[in-house]
Design a protein around this ligand. Structure first.
Ligand code: CA
Ligand code: CA
Length: 147
């Protein structure tokens, strides 16, 4: 598949169960381009995770989630054993009326639902992958490490 035909997304781990929730994030980082949500309820022995991939005008033909750089998206990690964060994901529109799309994440194993407000600054856009940043870690871009 070429970049003109589509995108191959890889880098999931065995047991991530990413197939249960795939959704548009609308424009979660406020750059005017639609973004993608991928729920992986099985990540981390069913703690769960959600991958956010930013839409771009210059999308590559492949995206590797295991090395997703901070300017391309980020990962939201569950922290509760069997919490299944990412069982469901969906954009909500702009529920706090700040001009940026917000998302809702289901974690039925934890008995919780999370609403996250989108932001123009999401994904360490300003700090890159600095090891001193509170939301960047080991060169990988985390946001909400432990819902
Ligand atoms: Ca966007
Ligand atoms: Ca909003």
């Amino acid at each position: 598949m070429t970049a003109n035909e589509g995108i191959r997304i890889q880098g999931f781990r065995s047991g991530d169960k990413f197939d249960s929730s795939l959704a548009s994030a609308e424009d979660i980082n406020g750059n005017g381009i639609t973004d993608l949500l991928i729920g992986a309820q099985g990540y981390g022995i069913n703690k769960g995770a959600v991958y956010v991939i930013y839409g771009r005008t210059d999308q590559p033909s492949r995206i590797d989630l295991s090395t997703l750089p901070s300017d391309k998206g980020f990962k939201i990690l569950g922290s509760i054993t069997s919490g299944t964060v990412g069982y469901s994901v969906r954009s909500l529109g702009d529920i706090n009326q700040d001009g940026v799309t917000d998302i809702i994440i289901g974690a039925p194993g934890a008995g919780k639902v999370y609403v996250l407000f989108g932001s123009n600054g999401w994904g360490c856009d300003t700090c890159g992958t600095s090891s001193t940043c509170s939301i960047c870690k080991s060169g990988y871009n985390y946001k909400y490490n432990g819902l």
